[in-house]
Structure formats: C-alpha cells, structure tokens
Design a protein around this ligand. Sequence first.
Ligand code: HPA
Length: 259
Amino acid sequence: MESAIIAGTGIYQLPGFFFEQLVFETEYGQAFINVGKKDGFELAFLARHGLDHSTPPHKINFRANMKALQMLGVKQILATYAVGSINRDIPPASLTVLSDFLDFTSGRPLSFFEGGKSGLAHTAMDEPYCPSLSQRMQNLAPEFGLDIHPGAVYVATNGPRFETPAEIRMYAKLGGDVVGMTGIPEVVLARELNMHFAAVAYSINWAAGLEKNIEFVSSQMEVTKQKLSSLLIRTLQGRIVMTCSCEKAVMFMHAPENV
Ligand code: HPA
C-alpha cells in the first residue's frame, strides 16, 4: 500500500472508506494504522491522536507510527494539522499548504539514526515538504471548491499548553505563519525514510495575543474538512509525477546494519 493520510484533530474518518485497524509492533513500540480500499485504491489512514483523540501531542509515538507506515510499503503521505494563525493573511477557517518549518519542540526523539546499528545520517531539509505532492494538491483544490493559501511556515511547539502572546510575537518575527504541536518530528522522520510527505494546515483560531480572547472555529469547519478529505484522497490517486528530491534526502555517514 503506497499511500497514506495522517489526520490531525477533528478528522477521524474519510469519505467512502471503511477501515480495518492493524496493530504494528515496531522496534519503537506499537502503532495503530487503519487500512482500507475504495474503488481499488488502497489507503492507510492514521489518526495522529487516536480515533478517540486520547493521545496528547507530546505523547505521540511518531517513530512507531512512521516505521509502521514504512512496513506497510507507504511511499507518499499527505498530512493535516489543526493550527493557530500567526499570519494575518491566513485567518481562522482557512487552509494553507506548508512549505517550511521552525522547530521549537524539545525532548522528542527526532531521528531513526542514533548511531551504532541504526546508522548515522544527515537528512536534507531544504525542501522539507514534497513540492510535487504539494503542487498537485494545490492544483486539484479548486475542483473541490477549496482555496488553499500557498507556502506557509509551520512553527512546531511542544504543547500541550498553548503559547504566550510574547512567544507568538517572537514566532511572527522569525517568519512563522501558523503554529501547531504535532508537525515535528513527523515530517523529519518521513524524509529519513525517503518518503514524499506534504501537509496542509487548517487554522482553527488566532494564535495567542492576536485577538482579545481565543475563539475556536472548529465547529464551523465540518464542510471544509469533508472537502479537504476528498481532496487528499484525490491527490494520492492516479499516477503522480514526482520531480522532487525527496527520495535522495538522506546522506549516510554509516548505513544501518539491519537493512
Ligand atoms: N497553538 C498551538 N497549537 C494549536 C493552536 C495554537 O494556537 N491551535 C490549534 N493547534
């Protein structure tokens, strides 16, 4: 199964799919991946926080999840993230394709390559999100009545707390457009596995300090999330021309012993 969707807060099913849940035992721990098929198209579906939203952002086992997707044969992934808006041009209820990130997480395992048997590698991050998949998604969006803001910088925080106004002012100065708690290390691990990984963020609030009170618009976004899910499925279906360097991102100093 070559394609996967990783869904964030508020997306727990996909239109037209009935999923069976598989449990994977990886060297990093357990992962729960849902697999399904529609009109001959096979898809893996991972609800990042669990189908019952029981896993907080800082407790997600990203390495087990990504390893399990690799074990399934996944080569291309579309991910969604619920975020807060830092950039005034990306207001709550809008969608944006991610093009870059700022990593402010701490204490999370960031790599499959820990030296020794697991190998040692440096992974290129000049294009962290697959430009081919991102462009395809952007091109198909109008067919689903969606307008997607291009090229946003995602600020990854640890959570589970929200940010302070001073933190958001700092992130804005550094060029951050949206802020969320789960984008890192997911995209980094995908690149370490030579996968094509693109992501779309849906904003559910203004980030702290931008408005008097934080107001969440999640409940007004059901139709948008439905359309987005259909767009993600369509983007992964059919022959995709990849003109990116995602499959050559990893530079090994020492190859892993077990591959
Ligand atoms: N900050 C961090 N993560 C988030 C936010 C936010 O404002 N909104 C949704 N996820």
